[in-house]
Design a protein around this ligand. Sequence first.
Ligand code: CU1
Length: 163
Amino acid sequence: MKKHLGLPSVISVSVSLILIFAGAGCTKKEDSGGGASEKSAAQSDKNVNIASVGETMAYDKTELTVPAGQDITLTFKNNSTTLQHNWVLTQPGKDNEVGLEGIKAGLSKGFVPDNPAVLAHTKLVDANGSDTITFKAPPAGDYPYICTNAGHHMVMKGTLHSK
Ligand code: CU1
């Protein structure tokens, strides 16, 4: 059952297309914080660590880079003392749809909907907890990741670069 999501979905797709074209036309990355952050964003690794930031709805990394088609081991550490979070990787342009369906899926499903656009996900991790998953990195491209705990996906998100 696909739902028409209207304008936000259109905007999301448009933004994704813009990002795809921007990425295709230019391999130079924005310099935002000097060499160290550039390296961490560009570094491609089969072992990935990501965490939540304090009591905020944010990941400590908004960009991850992995080698396409390889088996990836990802550990998500939840540093909050109160909030539950997860890490959900989706097909390009599907983050908002998956986030909204996740709310409906509810706590019993860890807010992860039964949707083929979900490529990989951790469990819903309790405060101070962590979860490690393995998954095959998708074909080369840019894929959104989100936390699907109810209300988080609009702000708690990032992009996985598979290359
Ligand atoms: Cu979250």
